[in-house]
Each structure stands twice: as structure tokens, then as C-alpha cells.
Design a protein around this ligand. Sequence first.
Ligand SMILES: Nc1ncnc2c1ncn2[C@@H]1O[C@H](COP(=O)(O)OP(=O)(O)O)[C@@H](O)[C@H]1O
Ligand SMILES: [Mg+2]
Length: 373
Amino acid sequence: MKVVLDHLTKRFPNINIKIKTEVVAVDDFDFEIPDGKLIGLLGPSGCGKSTTLNLICGLETPTEGRVFFGDDDVTKLPPENRGVGLVFQNYALYPHLTVRQNIMFPLQNLKGADKLTKQQMEEKVLEAAKLVQIDGLLDRKPSEMSGGQQQRVAIARALVKRPKVLLLDEPLSNLDARLRLQTREEIKRIQRETGITTIFVTHDQEEAMSISDLIVVMEAGKVNQIGKPQDVYDDPVNLFVAKFLGTPAINVFDAEVRDGVLWIAGDDVMDGVDVPDQKVWAGIRPEAFVPDDSGKMECKLVNVEVMGRDTSVVSTHEGMQGVSIRAIISAENKVDQTKEIVNFRLRPAKVYLFDKTSSKRIYFGDQKPLGRA
Ligand SMILES: Nc1ncnc2c1ncn2[C@@H]1O[C@H](COP(=O)(O)OP(=O)(O)O)[C@@H](O)[C@H]1O
Ligand SMILES: [Mg+2]
């Protein structure tokens, strides 16, 4: 089922009633979520992710705009009639019910023609439990299970009615690191097996990048960029997106373009920058740095750490006080650790320039806009 967000806007009165201005939680979200895909809704806390989900499932009504499931306008439909499955961070299981009863719960209030016999319900529960691999635990109470298992129960409960759309709001945030990794792989598998259009909300860029077919990067209610994770990483439309994606984070420097040359802290670090002379933000991905004795960026080595295939290099630059430069060097390029100084040249494809005022991307050389702003 495709989900169409048609110019969705949600404004709330300010929580502080003395402030008359409204909070624009979601600002003109306009996108068609393709059928059967897993969409990662990514952004910092307070950017409007949960509000977007609530508009899709009907827990909130939009101030402006409409929501379609397929060709049906569901904007005015109550949540229970939309056919959505919801999973939250805190599992929200009934503690006094067994796993079986928790999963069965949504089936018990079906009315009329949809009403199921006890045996049909049992079958559906077992099917959902198998899908999330907890079919051996059906007689336990939630308190007798780990967080990861409880979240599986919550997912099974969301799936038992075969929803048209599955919505997950930070479902992994309460799990420890190992379980988070495992459960996110599980969610990916379940989504593939069921083919249910799924929207996965997270503030964790790595989580969103690893699980999603498409990611939507939001900031302060506004969609900044939508695209395949790798495309958004490789081609951020603005400084916010560039900084939000990637670990280690992109290095951002005060820089200037003069006569086609990029200058950072007094070094002419790269040429071929065919844009008008101006001051810019230069965003340089850690993997853009190539150790090269003739490289123009001269840095002082602080720390070199071999991490399996790659090497992490932290350095500083004379012209930039208090700035640590983080580089990831691939195996074929060695850094001489006995030296105090390392010279870098930059891979132009991994260097991004941004307007000093608008923070929008400035494309140069072979770079071209990709995705949508
Ligand atoms: N019911 C509400 N009343 C007033 N403001 C709200 C309400 N719900 C959310 N907000 C505000 O809307 C913005 C987006 O919130 P939310 O969608 O919960 O963000 P996220 O899920 O990305 O952390 C925040 O500024 C939040 O304070
Ligand atoms: Mg939220």
C-alpha cells in the first residue's frame, strides 16, 4: 500500500501558553511513500517525526494537507479504521496478560463479518509469533522476557491483523546495543517477508542508514532530503544533512574559494573549484583525506589507530585552534606514525561546499545535485 502525504502541516499551540506563536511540528511534508518499502524517518529530537507518524495513523489531524492510503483519502478516518500497526519505544504490552493474549488482543474486538473464531485467532497469533520468532514463549508474561523479546511481542501484536502500513516509533531505543543491532536486522527481515509498507522513526542515523530503503531527513518540522541512504550520504543537499549522517562525523571548516582554489586555514587544499569567489563551509568526509607527501593540507598527528581494514587518524592544524581533524585511511594508504606531520590531499568527490548564509550545497566540478531538496 502506498502512502501519500499531501502537503501535510501540523501546528500546535505553544506549550508555554504565554507564547502566542505556534509550534510548526510538521511543515508541508509532501511525499509519496512507495508500496512495500521501508522508510526511515530520521532527525534530531523534536523535529516532528512522531507527529508525522501520528498524522499517518490518525492519532493527530493535520492542520493542513491530506493523507492517502493508496487512492483512499484517510485524513478524516479514525485510527482503528485505517489498518495500521503501531509499535512504540516502550512496548506498551499489557503486563497481566500472557504473550498469547497480548498478541490476540487486537483480534478480539473485530466485529461483524471480520469476527474470528477462537481457533482462527489462535492460528493468526501463532503465525505472527513465528514471524518474530517468539512462538516458544506464548505462555509467558511480559515481565518474564527480555526487552528484545517484549519488543518482538509488540511487533507481533502490530502485525497480527495484517496492517496495510506498519509504523514504528523509535522501537529500539530501550534496548541495549547488542539487542538493538539484532532486533533491527529482525525488523528488516520481517518487513521483507511481509512486504508491508513500513515507516521506521529514529534519531539514530546509523540505524536509519542500515535498515531503510529510503531515508527522510527532517529538521525542525521540515523535510531536508529524501533518498537512498547511500545517495543521501554521498550527496547531502545542505550542511545539516551532511553533519547528521556519518560516523565519524564530517569535518566542517571555515574555508574560502579564490580563483577556483579552495583555501582552508591558509593552505590551498584543492583546485578545480569552479564556483565564484566566496567564503564557504567546507565539509570533508573522513574518507576524503589521502596521505600524500605532496598534499597541501599539512596536519600534526595526534592519534593513529588501526581498526582492522582502515586506520583512524586524528590530527590538528596550525591554522585552526581547537579543531580535531578526523580522517579514515584505507588499507592501501599508510600513515607513517613515526613522523609528527602528515600531509593530506583531498578526494574532491568527498568534499562538499556549503553557502555560508543558507547552508545549502554549492556544487563544483563533476558534482551534480541528486535526490531532492
Ligand atoms: N501535543 C502537542 N502539543 C504541543 N506541542 C507539541 C505536541 N506534540 C508535539 N509537539 C511539539 O512539536 C514538535 C515536534 O515533536 P515530535 O513530533 O514529538 O518530535 P520528534 O518525534 O521528532 O522528537 C516539538 O517541538 C514538540 O514539542
Ligand atoms: Mg518522537
